[in-house]
Ligand binder design. Structure first.
Ligand code: SAM
Ligand code: SF4
Length: 453
């Protein structure tokens, strides 16, 4: 799951909102795609009872902040945003301010003391709580489960080219640095038929690419009464007529079975792209991180993936400066990434999270050293991406066009590489072949070749 927190204003998500009741909601979201999905669900609930979305919190009748605390920097941004709302709340005391997401703990009195202007703190899995400040939602009780779990990213909201669909909530691992299991609870898979129905609805609305979401997306299904698996779900979703592309993130190396990889290779809609966080390249560090696999295990999964899908692209997550990480251990990570050559590396400097196991250990890699390791990996990755993209020069790639950026059409390959190109036609939402004429480490430029489909 994309680890670097981003801030977005959430687009309206409900396909057929009810009559406008004149009230407005403002939702502010930070963090991973799971938070985006939860915000979409909250937006859908509020739209269902007649609220409409506004980008301007000054004109809102309710403000909802969806928080992330995976790293201190994200938590600081949430605290800053909450404090910035004090003035508005003073002027309009009747307007509820709501906080949800991973900042909300069971000890809500502590949060209440720190942010007394917040009317409601609610656990992200307990949407019913919102009724306490929006009583109209009581009428929705029976229908709440019917509301969509998916979200359409802001850039694609109008065109509905791509969508994200959560399939499993929570996490059963206890990585020593990670706050997620404490805030999101144990793994809970959604029923397979419900997910397939949701994807079919999205495709009916014009969506061509769906990304299935979970903190451990490849653990999908083990907790369902009828027992299922990601491989079975991929088959069922691949069979939805009209779906062009299917992705999933984030996978845990422990659950990345041969069966899943072989199913990916076999199914036409499943993109040759894998998001498989390694976190560190040194076995001792991995053990202290409680990751449950070794460097060789991770390499083996990548090698198997490439043996079945030679064009597969790989994304990974890495933490630098974990407690006790020596320079030598860091060099193992550097060597691993130089050897394996991932297409994308989400880099993070270790940030102790109160309540986690590693927060009890000295945070002994100085900040300046964490920055140095971060920069060194960034430089390596830039070189890797430069080389990889240069190899794409002159090739023709299939692009799904998601929108326009700086006057140019922009989209992604099946491997998730960004491509920009000029085209006088309206090719939004189309699949188009693009011949690559220029490359950079982060994107490709090209000319359209062939008929948009
Ligand atoms: N479930 C995924 C996995 O197993 O890798 C990742 C989920 S986590 C919310 C997203 C990313 O945030 C992680 O891959 C990790 O790199 C980063 N992260 C989590 N806790 C962190 C911490 N305490 N300090 C720095 N980065 C952290
Ligand atoms: Fe956090 Fe580990 Fe679970 Fe990923 S697998 S969400 S890093 S505890």
């Amino acid at each position: 799951m994309a680890p670097s927190p981003t801030i977005t204003l959430h687009p309206a998500a409900s396909p057929a909102p009810l009559a406008d009741n004149g009230k407005r909601f403002h939702i502010w979201t930070i963090g991973c795609q799971m938070n985006e999905a939860d915000s979409a669900k909250i937006a859908a609930m509020l739209q269902e009872v007649g609220y409409r979305s506004t980008d301007d919190e000054e004109e809102a009748d309710i403000v909802v902040l969806n928080s992330c605390v995976v790293r201190q920097a994200a938590e600081d941004k949430v605290a800053g945003k909450l404090n910035a709302l004090i003035g508005l709340k003073r002027r309009r005391p009747e307007m509820p301010v709501v906080l949800t997401g991973c900042m909300v703990t069971r000890q809500q009195e502590v949060l209440g003391k720190r942010f007394p202007h917040v009317d409601l703190f609610f656990d992200p899995s307990d949407f019913d709580q919102l009724q306490r400040v929006v009583p109209e939602l009581a009428a929705l009780d029976d229908d709440l489960g019917q509301l969509p779990h998916y979200y359409l990213p802001a850039a694609a909201a109008e065109s509905s080219v791509t969508a994200f669909v959560p399939i499993i909530y929570g996490c059963n691992f206890l990585c020593s640095y990670c706050i997620v299991p404490y805030r999101r609870g144990r793994e809970r898979s959604r029923p397979l038929a419900e997910i397939v129905r949701e994807v079919a609805t999205l495709v009916d609305r014009g969506v061509r690419e769906v990304t299935l979401l979970g903190q451990t997306v490849n653990a999908y299904g083990h907790d369902l009464p009828e027992r299922s698996s990601l491989a079975a779900l991929l088959r069922a979703v691949d069979a939805v007529p009209g779906l062009e592309r299917l992705r999933f993130l984030t996978s845990h190396p422990k659950y990345m079975s041969d069966e899943i990889i072989e199913t990916m290779a076999e199914l036409p809609s499943v993109c040759e792209h894998m998001n498989l966080p390694v976190q560190a390249g040194d076995d001792q560090v991995l053990r202290r991180m409680r990751r449950t696999y070794t460097r060789e295990d991770w390499k083996d999964r990548i090698a198997f993936t490439r043996s079945r899908m030679p064009s597969a692209t790989i994304a990974t997550d890495v933490i630098v400066g974990f407690p006790g990480e020596t320079d030598e251990q860091f060099r193992q990570t550097l060597a691993l990434l130089a050897e394996v050559e991932c297409d994308k590396v989400h880099l993070a400097m270790y940030s102790p999270r109160p309540g986690t196991l590693s927060a009890r250990w000295p945070d002994d890699v100085p900040h300046i050293e964490k920055q140095r390791r971060h920069r060194e990996l960034e430089t390596l990755q830039e070189q890797v991406c430069t080389r990889m993209n240069e190899r794409r020069l002159g090739t023709t790639v299939e692009v799904l066009v998601e929108g326009k950026a700086k006057g140019r059409w922009t989209g992604r390959t099946r491997g998730n590489t960004l491509v920009h190109f000029d085209d006088g036609r309206n090719v939004l939402g189309k699949l188009i072949d693009v011949q690559i004429t220029e490359t950079s480490p982060w994107f490709l430029l090209g000319d359209p070749a062939g008929v948009p489909r």
